[in-house]
Design a protein around this ligand. Structure first.
Ligand code: GLN
Length: 477
């Protein structure tokens, strides 16, 4: 076994027991990146030239990681996979990253993504697409596709991504790793390049649920720099051996029962429900009529409105890409923004501008905020009747690189199972259920707000039954 194949827990334990050194881990991961990166392209920037010094006493001492390229890294190019940021080097670190660094983790690179986290294929990157390490003709999912692919191919044992409407959970399921979208407010977003601020959340990817716990115990918690991060909650992510689902209720969503799913996903739903039942859980049903009918429209109206505001700052003046020979400010804005943004981002800025324009604002943006309240209420009611909701991550298995980006509406609709979780600020775990041929199949378990650690405990129970994913071939012949 090569060292890069070890999961996070095995790495930390082996390092503590001095079975191997941090520099051996570093070299092994680096070699793996060299071998796979030409066919996977998970990284926009590599930072694994030489091993940096690190905190040898931290919880993640010597553990390699990669983080999504919308997380600011001080003095290191941060692109959000957009041309418009140019060679911008942030003057500060994102809190989630500085916590990892303080804990001793080593950055191997910045991960590829859909531009400004808009998309679900990783095909909207100004730096070219990332490929699925299980089958390089397929997409890895997105927008955090690079972060998921890096963990799946064994570049690093864990990584960070962000999830606004599914961008951690969906690539986790396509690549065959675990991904947690934490409760809104559980992880500081300071230094995360904003997409839809009322929806964005940072979270981890790893090859075991136990490893997600280790990362969450480092990155969660209050931050004075992010007023949406909460301090008045317990954040205990330590492993709970006694965790059980006996007597717990796990609900399926009634309205989703008629929607078509690819066969491996439908089959995984049945198998997983059976496992939970055998473990003593009660399988029930909840009704989410507003979610099933209006969540997609509501999410895209809000996400685009917020994105158009958040992306106003890229004007060629403050930071990033600019043109020097413009005749006047208007021409500069026009040239910078039309060359700097990719097609999907521009489409969303235009839509967001229309949705919030004074004469239409009530009818669209304000209406969407009201629907969002109804959706949140619907979940509150549902979680009065159940402990968890079990559902797919996506209706279909990953599509082909280059093909799936052609139909934007279809892409939006495919987010139906993930985006309601962000609208309601809930935690969602994307977990591995097994393989269909060569391809991993993931599902999603949703919990109550602030139940993240319990959700992971239940994830471990599922992992014990369903098995953990293997490292993907990574395009290596
Ligand atoms: N696919 C969704 C979108 O494009 C979600 C993306 C995300 O979670 N960042 O908005």
């Amino acid at each position: 076994m090569e060292l890069y194949e070890l999961n996070l827990l095995m790495m930390t334990e082996g390092l503590k027991a001095k079975k191997f050194s941090a520099s051996e881990i570093f070299e092994s991961c680096k070699k793996r990146i060299d071998a796979c990166e030409p066919s996977i392209h998970a990284l926009i920037t590599r930072t694994d030239d030489t091993m940096p010094t690190f905190n040898e006493n931290g919880a993640l001492a010597g553990i390699p990681t990669v983080i999504k390229d919308n997380l600011c890294t001080k003095g290191l190019r941060t692109t959000a996979a957009s041309k418009i940021l140019g060679n911008w080097r942030p003057p500060y670190d994102a809190t989630a990253w500085s916590k990892l660094k303080d804990a001793g983790s080593i950055l191997m690179g910045k991960a590829n993504m859909d531009e400004f986290a808009m998309g679900n294929t990783c095909g909207n990157s100004a730096f070219g697409p990332t490929m699925n390490p299980n089958d390089t003709s397929l997409v890895p999912g997105g927008s955090s596709g690079g972060s998921a692919a890096a963990v799946s191919a064994g570049y690093v044992p864990f990584s960070l991504g962000s999830d606004t409407g599914g961008s951690i959970r969906q690539p986790a399921s396509f690549c065959g790793v675990y991904g947690l979208k934490p409760t809104y407010g559980m992880v500081s977003r300071y230094g995360l390049i904003s997409y839809g601020s009322s929806l964005d959340q940072i979270g981890p990817f790893a090859r075991t649920v136990r490893d997600l716990q280790l990362v969450m115990s480092v990155i969660s918690g209050h931050d004075n720099m992010d007023s949406s991060s909460f301090s008045d909650r317990p954040h205990d992510f330590s492993y709970n051996e006694k965790a059980s689902v006996k007597g717990k209720k796990v609900a399926l969503v009634k309205e989703f029962a008629d929607f078509t799913l690819d066969a491996p996903i439908a089959d995984a739903m049945k198998r997983t429900a059976k496992i939970l039942e055998d473990e003593g859980a009660v399988i029930t049903e909840v009704s989410l009529p507003v979610v099933s009918k209006y969540a997609v429209a509501c999410y895209y109206a809000l996400a685009m409105s917020e994105a158009h505001t958040n992306l106003e700052r890229y004007d060629g003046v403050r930071l990033g890409y600019t043109v020097k020979d413009a005749r006047g400010i208007k021409e500069m804005f026009e040239r910078v923004r039309s060359h700097g943004f990719g097609a999907e981002v521009k489409a969303r800025i235009i839509a967001g501008t229309c949705l919030t324009e004074p004469t239409r604002c009530e009818e669209y943006y304000v209406a969407a905020t009201k629907v969002r309240t109804l959706i949140a209420q619907e979940f509150t009611r549902a979680f009065g009747e159940t402990d968890y909701i079990l559902q797919p991550v996506t209706p279909s298995m990953p599509g082909k690189v280059g093909e799936v980006d052609d139909d934007a509406m279809k892409g939006y609709e495919a987010d139906l199972y993930t985006l309601p979780v962000n609208l309601a600020g809930l935690p969602g775990l994307s977990f591995f259920t097994g393989y269909a041929g060569n391809l991993p199949v993931g599902l999603q378990l949703i919990g109550k707000r602030w139940s993240d650690s319990e959700l992971l405990d239940t994830g471990i129970i599922l992992e014990n039954h369903l098995g953990s994913p293997r490292i993907a071939n990574g395009g290596v012949k």
